[in-house]
Design a protein around this ligand. Sequence first.
Ligand code: GRF
Length: 206
Amino acid sequence: MTRPLKTTVLISGTGSNLQALIDAAAAPDHGARIVVVISDRPEVKALERAAAAGIPTEVVSWRASSGREQFTTAVCDAAERNGARAMILAGFMRILAPVAMERFPAAIINTHPALLPAFPGAHAVPQALAHGVKLTGVTIHFVDEEVDHGPIIYQEAVAVDPGDTEDELQARIQAAEHRVYPMVVDAFCRGRLDVDGRMVNWRESL
Ligand code: GRF
């Protein structure tokens, strides 16, 4: 194949999805190469995972920033400085300002632990449980100006079992994320995704 696409992964915490992306990108034919991991806070587990894999890291402090626009510009600058052409959000708990979409058009992807448009936001798993849904899951989507809203690339359903705790349901959703997110990132990096308004068309079947 052609050379892998240089990407950055944006994280805020544990980084189990980052680990899945790192592991997948180690394969010689994977579409993505992670050139830098960017965090909005220091001393999180995901930064240790990146360092252990020999991937450069940068911290763009949200707390030290003067607002969303300035923070987003600093994140984009860090990504570009390291040669990244796309941004992969993996448990990144900050909302990017529109300048990110201008600088990385149709090149910012997020994973969300629910079947969007149900349960956007930071509490999708407890909200799904509280609502009594029987199916929830994973949505991988392009990022636009609204929270958890951009064109949907891929979804996988996860059943809610009777008596599920939040931790149990979250663990099954994350297991699905770890399986499908690297696959979707690979497809994106290979140019297999066509975006037409809200519709994302895959060039070949999975
Ligand atoms: C993931 O479940 C993701 O969907 C959500 O935050 C979680 C991050 O987990 N946005 P991790 O840091 O990748 O372990």
